[in-house]
Design a protein around this ligand. Structure first.
Ligand SMILES: [Zn+2]
Length: 476
């Protein structure tokens, strides 16, 4: 083992407090999560400094990038120096992997280490690119994922005695694997439900009485409605906590209200990304979720990551509370200690301590999407979550919707397709189209056409839902 790698590993493990059990009834690692802002900065600086040297020595991609930026080993000593490191984008990653198949040369992981100490290979879901990007992780990473995931689960209120049903398909996506191993560390058994249809999963919940449900927000609604259709109880089911990942969920007030109302359970968020934040970079605590103020704020795990909020044009930091885009550095991964990765999510943060006692920064109102997801029309831009919140706020409408963007002449057109709520009989149904049209025009600033289709017409999906279809290119 090289001296640099040894020092990096020792530093990461030095701060792995409470590695096998919680340090308090409410906070897993109080000496990491409840410390002063100064102490957080000191820990980040110590980890960043060795991560930079580790990448300089063992990642070909970063060595070239650092040299181009005229950086030398040991040039980065603290978080104050982080701005000197150039940002890494998804586009760079794609080019690098295409030029250096099949893995790219980002990772410090050698072939020998991968084949003797490797754990799993993951891929992105490929929502914006045809080819997925691939990521290999090691046994060290597995242990870190479980520990960091357990800390987030503890904040959500998961405890020994809970039984978890994991409705992910157990494919090569990171979030639900992390939670799977984290549950084991907390001491909770897992019922894996990969490869099952929605009716089978509903049957499992009704029969085996798990208390924690893992899935996407879209799927929590679909599964709950299916339970209802099968005449299984939902509000009085065994489920008391629902943890969602892959889409914005608890941060959209009407989605949170619908899921919590449907299940009689609390909805929590696990936020990350495959490239840099494979464990919950963002997670909700019980105090945030129980608060009557919506939307909830999301804790950022700052001893494991350095989150920065930057102005998208200048890449300079914005002031606390101002909106900007999220750039993240990973301080613990052996395979991907990526520095300053442009996650790109729009957010603003506060460093005020939370009511739960944690002192790490929080993303105000959660994280609502990446620039790739933004809808741009007639010079305006908005996230699909604005439409989602509006549709789900309406008690006469179903959970699903679809956005179609097209062009007529030079004009962009927006059509929103919605469904009625199944429980409302057709005879007493009041056509909501005009009302929704007016509401969305006020919110988005553009004319919107609303189409109502019969309940059950729009597709329900297991993982990330595709609800926006841009047909403008085809219109020329
Ligand atoms: Zn909190």
């Amino acid at each position: 083992m090289s001296q640099i790698r040894k020092k990096w590993l020792e530093t990461v493990l030095k701060y792995k407090f409470n590695h096998d059990k919680p340090g308090s009834p409410t906070i897993w690692s109080p000496d990491l999560e409840k410390i002063s802002r100064e102490r957080i900065k000191e820990i980040q600086s110590e980890k960043l400094s060795v991560a930079f040297d580790y990448l300089y020595e063992e990642s070909q991609y970063y060595q070239e990038k650092f040299k181009q930026a005229k950086l030398k080993p040991q040039d980065i000593q603290s978080v104050e120096d982080l701005h000197k490191v150039p940002v890494t984008t998804k586009q760079e990653w794609l080019v690098n992997q295409t030029d250096n198949p099949p893995w790219g040369n980002f990772s410090p992981l050698s072939h020998k280490r991968w084949t003797t100490d490797g754990w799993m290979m993951f891929t992105t879901s490929g929502t914006t690119t045809v080819l997925p990007r691939v990521f290999r992780h090691t046994q060290h990473d597995l242990k870190m994922w479980a520990w960091l995931g357990a800390r987030a689960l503890w904040a959500m209120g998961v405890r020994p005695g809970d039984v978890v049903i994991n409705c992910a398909d157990y494919g090569p996506a990171v979030a639900f694997w992390c939670l799977h191993y984290a549950m084991s560390l907390v001491g909770c058994p897992v019922i894996p439900c990969g490869g099952m249809n929605v009716q089978r999963r509903a049957f499992f919940i009704n029969t085996y009485k798990p208390t924690v449900l893992l899935c996407t927000p879209s799927y929590a609604l679909y599964l709950g409605r299916t339970m209802h259709d099968l005449e299984y109880p939902t509000e009085n089911s065994s489920i008391r906590i629902i943890i969602t990942a892959g889409e914005p969920g608890p941060g959209i007030p009407s989605t949170k209200n619908r899921i919590e109302g449907l299940w009689g359970a609390k909805l929590h968020d696990d936020f990350g990304c495959t490239e840099v934040a494979m464990t919950p970079l963002g997670y909700t605590c019980e105090d945030e979720v129980n608060s009557v103020e919506n939307p909830v704020n999301v804790h950022l795990m700052e001893d494991a990551y350095i989150p920065e909020v930057l102005n998208p044009d200048t890449l300079e930091p914005v002031r606390e509370g101002e909106r900007g885009i999220l750039v993240v550095s990973n301080l613990f991964s052996e395979a991907q200690p990526i520095l300053r990765y442009m996650m790109g999510d729009w957010t603003s943060i506060t460093r005020e301590p939370c009511a739960c006692g944690r002192t790490h920064a929080r993303a105000l109102g959660g994280l609502h999407g990446r620039p790739d997801d933004m809808i741009k029309i007639q010079g305006l831009a908005f996230f699909p979550s604005t439409i989602e919140d509006s549709v789900r706020k309406d008690p006469e409408l179903g959970d699903e919707f679809r956005v179609e963007l097209s062009k007529v002449g030079d004009m962009d057109r927006v059509k929103i397709i919605v469904e009625p709520k199944s429980a409302i009989p057709k005879s007493s149904y009041i056509d909501p189209r005009e009302k929704i049209q007016e509401k969305l025009k006020g919110l988005l600033g553009v004319d919107v056409q609303v189409e109502l289709v019969p309940y059950g017409t729009l597709p329900r999906t297991q993982f990330k839902s595709k609800r926006v279809f841009d047909m403008r290119e085809q219109c020329y």
